[in-house]
Design a protein around this ligand. Structure first.
Ligand code: CP
Length: 308
């Protein structure tokens, strides 16, 4: 039985295979409409979500399967004190696979130790978000035609932004990747990424606190929201939340083919005027999330790609 807790739970070959299947799903959706007939996914979300939960549900429905679950810890027996371990033991009796989001880092890993079915980490605190990474890699591959030889700027809340941690962890396994980490001092990338991933593998990166200067060097600008829910202090959040705002004026510094990505939800960090710029791909990115999660569900459930 396979779980997905971190991008490293998949080899580069497996990620490339998931991307290939997802790209085929985009082209031939009908071919996949009965692949998971009779299968069920449970979405156990202890923290709010729009894209991740609904795209997992859309993914399973598109494959012919069914969905169940809860979208709020208060509506589950967690509110009565039930542990994650007990919950997944039980939900695993009702579903073939579980996607779990939890505010506590490591909760999906604990779940994987007790679950009778595969666990997918759908975001754990400020730690990892591996299925957003599959979505991001699919978007980059679809738009750039490659996952190597890229300069990627990551901007905003790099401390608590779990999508950033997972994306870096995945991309360092491809050749000629360089990162520009753009954040205020207080929201710099944590040492479990800077030291344990980037420095350990001699990946070129720089840390800066200005966006305009580095814009011309980027193939991709990955914007992130300042994660209000992870702050201990509302004053710090208010002081930092609008530190980086991408607008059309700043876009004039970017290359003609630079992609603007964002895992969403957006607050103020990308002005709505940027939405119509052809380089802004964040809404397409959300669509790719369905294809990526369909391919992942197939992989973890051992479902074959249909012949036609
Ligand atoms: N990108 C993402 O995780 O969005 P949601 O919080 O809406 O699931």
């Amino acid at each position: 039985m396979r779980h997905l807790l971190s991008p490293l739970d998949l080899s580069v070959e497996e990620i490339d295979q998931i991307i290939a299947v997802a790209e085929d799903i985009e082209k031939n959706p009908k071919k996949y409409s009965h692949v998971a007939d009779g299968k069920k996914i449970a979405t156990c979300f202890y923290e709010p979500s729009t894209r991740t939960r609904l795209s997992f549900e859309a993914a399973m429905l598109n494959l012919g399967g069914s969905v169940l679950g809860f979208s709020d810890a208060q509506s589950s027996s967690a509110s009565k004190g039930e542990s994650v371990a007990d919950t997944v033991r039980v939900v695993g009796c009702y579903a073939d696979i579980i996607a779990m989001r939890h505010p506590k880092e490591g909760a999906p890993m604990v779940a994987s130790m007790y679950s009778p079915v595969p666990i997918i980490n759908a975001g754990d605190g400020g730690h990892q978000h591996p299925t957003q990474t599959l979505t991001d890699l699919l978007t980059i591959h679809a738009k750039k035609g490659r996952l190597d030889t890229l300069t990627i700027g990551l901007c905003g809340d790099l401390k608590f932004g779990r999508t950033v941690h997972s994306l870096i962890t995945a991309l360092v396994r491809y050749p000629n990747i360089r990162f520009v980490l753009i954040s205020p001092e207080e929201l710099k990338i944590p040492s479990f990424v800077r030291d344990d991933v980037l420095r350990k593998q001699n990946i070129p990166f720089e840390e800066v606190d200005h966006l305009e200067d580095v814009m011309p060097t980027l193939d991709i600008l990955y914007m992130t929201r300042v994660q209000r829910e992870r702050f201990f202090n509302e004053e710090d959040y208010i002081r930092l939340k609008d530190r980086f705002i991408l607008d059309q004026e700043k876009m004039t510094y970017a290359a003609k083919d630079m992609l603007v990505m964002h895992p969403l939800p957006r607050v103020n960090e990308i002005a709505v005027e940027v939405d119509n710029d052809p380089r802004a791909v964040y809404f397409e990115q959300a669509q790719y999330g369905v294809y990526a999660r369909m391919a992942l569900i197939m992989k973890l459930l051992g479902l074959e790609v249909p012949a036609c």
